[in-house]
Design a protein around this ligand. Structure first.
Ligand code: GLU
Length: 474
């Protein structure tokens, strides 16, 4: 327990140090900076539940770091390691993450001290519903108030329980489904949310790989994803999808690190197949042709182009940073690199793609889901057919003027109107590309050498604008 608290404390310290460093480049007044930095509210709750005939007390927490825009937004984590400082650090990151990708929300995060791997589904449902009810009682959840989402140890199933509990207690509220995102598609979720964080990680890495200027002198050529060697830590939702999309675009996944150990194969590991192997055998180890790495953190120190820590915070610290050989560290997880470690990595010339930018794809698509819930209509429902008839007229005109007839496949491809998934992917890709270039502009204009400081500064300045616009701060 003491140790876990230390981990949370270290994490929060790192996040605040990152903030303070970036804020030193800002033109905003110290008062506004302090307000942007401060954690607005912390709500802790304990409630009893019955497990196998015995009463157990479960602890939950919800931190709303910032109310500069409403609702506040951020996931709910289920883990025995949950502690106040950790959740504060995560909520703080959410504020800046939303600002970096222009998602108009404040930052929040929740946690429940429960082990989702050893608890029965029945217990998890009871705990999730009760936690949601506790937040509802205090008006701490709602489409205009605070909107949770999945995080470590939770997924669409838990979000469905939360939405259902909210609807039951707020009977008849039209926008009720917007009280939580990351829901199953059948219950107001949006297509493309499940893979959004990992896909965003892929878009971010791809953008950096094509950045000739930034890669100059780093021992890595600018270009496409083709043939890049990638090691991923964590085959959960983020790590799996990030690795999958990079592989689809030609990268070689040379290492996968998980709790029970790691596997390494310089010729590349098929991510989907390795995932299946782990589900079937209960372990990532003993995967065909790959070398077992008993202590999976050793894998982080292997040679590769891109290392994607996509598990938990504080994974790269002052104790192992000097041994990292990757050219790029792409933060799929929140807070995987401590402030001390960052210093060491930057001195080695390693480029860090920071969490507050790189894993913002999840909250970006959560924003789209929330918009869908508020409008109560699926994206593409109104326009798809109109778009298709417009394209059909163009294709017909091309055929009649050229005198050539297109194949059925070509026609179908050209005529296809945008579905929800097309629009979500397009919005996500555009968001990740734009945010990357905004951060790079700030680096250039302010002479900032690293992406994290520039990302924090971009976010701080955007949030500052909303406070300054109020005119109440000198
Ligand atoms: N838990 C995710 C994160 O850390 C998603 C948050 C959300 O979609 O609100 O970004």
């Amino acid at each position: 327990m003491g140790n876990e608290q230390n981990e949370g404390k270290k994490f929060l310290e790192s996040v605040l140090q990152y903030f303070d460093h970036a804020a030193s480049f800002s033109h905003l007044s110290p008062g506004i900076i302090s307000q942007i930095r401060a954690c607005n509210s912390v709500y802790k709750v304990s409630f009893p539940i019955e497990v196998d005939g015995k009463v157990e007390v479960v602890e939950g927490i919800r931190v709303q770091h910032s109310h500069h825009k409403l609702p506040s937004k951020g996931g709910i984590r289920f883990s025995m390691q949950v502690d106040e400082d950790e959740v504060k650090a995560l909520a703080t990151l959410m504020t800046f993450k939303c600002a970096v990708v222009d998602v108009p929300f404040g930052g929040a995060k929740g946690g429940v001290k429960i082990n989702p791997r050893t608890s029965s589904v029945k217990t998890l449902e009871k705990v999730t519903r009760r936690y949601a009810a506790e937040l509802i009682k205090k008006n701490l959840i709602g489409p205009g108030m605070d909107v949770p989402a999945p995080d470590y140890g939770t997924g669409s199933r838990e979000m469905a329980w939360i939405a259902d509990t909210y609807q039951a207690l707020k009977y008849g509220e039209t926008n009720a489904l917007g009280c939580v995102t990351g829901k199953p598609v059948g219950q107001g979720g949006i297509r493309g949310r499940a893979e959004a964080t990992g896909l965003g990680v892929y878009y971010g890495i791809r953008e950096l790989l094509s950045d000739t200027e930034l890669l100059k002198g780093r021992g890595i050529e600018a270009g496409s994803m083709e043939g890049r060697s990638i090691i991923v830590q964590g085959l959960g939702n983020v790590g799996y999808h990030a690795a999958y999309f990079c592989q689809q675009d030609g990268a070689l996944i040379t290492g996968i690190a998980e709790r029970e150990g790691g596997i390494y194969d310089p010729n590349g590991i098929d991510v989907q197949d390795a995932f299946k192997h782990r589900s079937e055998t209960g372990s990532i180890l003993n995967y065909k042709n790959a070398k077992n790495i008993e202590n999976s953190v050793d894998l982080l120190e292997e040679e590769c182009d891109v290392l994607i820590p996509a598990a938990l915070e504080n994974q790269i610290h002052s104790g192992n940073a000097a041994n990292i050989k990757a050219k790029i560290v792409a933060e799929g997880a929140n807070g995987p690199v401590t402030k001390d470690a960052e210093q060491i990595l930057l001195e080695k010339g390693i480029i860090i793609l920071p969490d507050l930018y790189l894993n913002a794809g999840g909250v970006t698509v959560s924003y789209f889901e929330w918009l869908k819930n508020l409008s109560n209509v699926r994206f593409g429902r109104m326009g798809k057919r109109a778009e298709e008839s417009h394209f059909r007229r163009i294709v017909n005109a091309i055929e009649s003027t050229s005198g050539k007839t297109m194949s059925a496949n070509e026609r179908a491809l050209l005529i296809h109107g945008s579905d929800e998934i097309d629009l979500v992917r397009s919005g996500l890709e555009d968001t990740m590309i734009n945010a990357y270039h905004e951060i790079r502009d700030v680096m250039d204009k302010k002479g900032i050498p690293d992406l994290r400081t520039a990302a924090f500064l971009t976010a701080i300045e955007k949030i500052g604008v909303s406070y300054e616009a109020l005119g109440i701060f000198p």
